[in-house]
Design a protein. Sequence first.
Length: 422
Amino acid sequence: MDLLPTAPDPSATAAPHRIAALDALRGFALFGILIANVIVVSTLLTLGARGDDQLLFGGTVDLTVLELTDVLFLGKFFLLFSFLFGYSFTLQIEAAARAGAAPVPRLLRRCGVLFAIGLVHVLFLWFGDILTLYAALCLILILLRNVRPRTAAVLGCGVLVAASALTLVSSEGGGIGLGFFDFARVHEAYTGGPLDTLDAQLDVAPRFMAVIWTGQGPPALGMFLLGMAAGKARLLDALPRGGGPRDSGHRGGGQGLSVWIVRVQWIGLAAGGPMAVWSVSDSDDELPAYGDVLLSLTNPLVTFAYVATILRLVIRGERSRLAAALAPAGRMAATNYIVQSLVFVVVYTGYGLALVDRVPPLGIVAIAVATYLLQLVASAWWLKRHRYGPVEWVMRAVTNAKKPPWRSHPVPGRAGSPGRAG
């Protein structure tokens, strides 16, 4: 199970439709996490450009772009990945059962390789990496793997509420901030040469991990548990097939679940909408403490609204164009996540072009969108020739303790289409 969870083996008995929905969600989440990450990293690296810890780009268009990305992306998409992590955790247990293998050793190996990949990622590429955190929190899921779906859901909701309360305590007590982040020095290093950037990365990354683990750990765990509850209940198995015949393995209640998807979508929008308006219209630089609590409470609801929206689009038909576009990228999401980091460090930092001071927020978002679109195309191309992405291949090899196939076997139809379990 990885941050960007992979689908079970092609021999799995899970319904292809269900896998298509999960892969489409992963592919969509890749877009959101990319936008969030590039805005965060570019903002942090330019704050010291003027020597006064102020935004380098402060025009109307710049501030509007920053506000919109803050409202629509920040704090939402790591929650989506967390939910997918929990859901895919149950698929890993099912895969072990089908193979006649004990699940715990497999899961522990998967946590280990995920942590190792994340450690390399955080030390050398992206100091805001979350893979190491997910690997550590996965140990808690292993301990709770036998709880009932309802229990997991209650625990998840409780953790999310507790995490929101901690937001208030942290804001009043100062919490773990960025006092170690010397913006002027960091800016100079990241816009210098490759060795300057590497030196700053190795200095900042370990301490920034504490910020990530403390700030995102509790809500991530809450979403892990909700995802595990959904996976245990096999909720996506009950999704209707867009008017087509249902698989024999589908449970009843698919249409009822569709009604709930619509309700979740509107509840999330109703909860997140007012917070979005407040955030954008607030003339102060920061929300008050109680505003941060409300934002922490509504972010998961907005995340589920995103999930509901994508699912509604995907389940309209077995050959949904959206699923066909997103699923290949979702099937190799771990690889794409790391490639995104490679792109933005080459473009923005001293590892490459060091353009972070020269590209305004709108340009940064444009580069991110172009990168994502290229990844959609590249993922589809790769999966026509290979069964897994490179990172997914390594993780599967370690998890299963055997070498998986590298090349794809000839199969009818288009690789990466929603009908393949991949």
